[in-house]
Write a protein that binds this ligand. Sequence first.
Ligand SMILES: [Zn+2]
Length: 291
Amino acid sequence: MKREIMWGIVCGMAAVQGFAADEGIFTCQVGEFTVHLLVENQGQGNPSILLGASGEVLNRYIPGGTYRSEVNTLLIRSPDRILVIDTGFGGSIFEHLKTLGVDPSQVDAVLLTHMHGDHIGGLQKGGTALFPRASVYLAQQEKAYWTETAANHGAVAALAPYGSKVRTFLPRPIGAGEELFPGIRAMAAFGHTPGHTLYQVESKGQKLLIWGDLMHVQDVQFPLPAISVSYDTDPQAAGIIRKQVLDYAVQNKIPIAGMHLRYPAIGRVTAEGAGYRFSPLTTDAAEGVDG
Ligand SMILES: [Zn+2]
């Protein structure tokens, strides 16, 4: 198994010892936590979602007129819990869990970054909870917006089968706050949606920031983080918090994982010019490379 060490965390392509490398699964060890990034879906993205990107910007950063876009979810095994972060559309996630030997009934909690369809699609089918034993955690602001203010049918249906096992919390500012579970901190990054939440994993001094939908088009939004997308409920707020989170990751050398970054979708952020540069872990990295 090829491995790469990045800012203290060790990552590799093979799922776990004994399993063959799988294109749709990328695994990192964060202290005592094993984090699996699971690819739900890959496709071609439409740059027209970028708000205010000039023709010059598009020609420079997306010269082909389209980019590979992806939907990811994560599975986290801590010493005492199995957690899922977002559920994608409810497709490949279940195949990947099977590959990893995890039955959905073993999942203790599903943590949501927000309630868009590509994140809550795997919660239920036909009114039945697909994670039968799990509690569902999300920001209070997120639940209130989608189930009350917007009264979104899909959002209401996604949570319904979990009943009293839906738990809300108030995410704290970036870098602050108490833990939701041992080793898991929820941070507010409102803008993409009214309660969009990031989850930071921390164990034995090692960290990984799971940033949900902080970014959708990495080719443009790392160099030009002020550019938001049409999916952002509040594009201006999304731009401000994006820069704040990028600075936080750079200054604290915390690797990041994103739901719409390309496989392996985990890497490091550094400052570059007026923007940022993302260095994804390579799947064919030499052993023991440390950055
Ligand atoms: Zn999304």
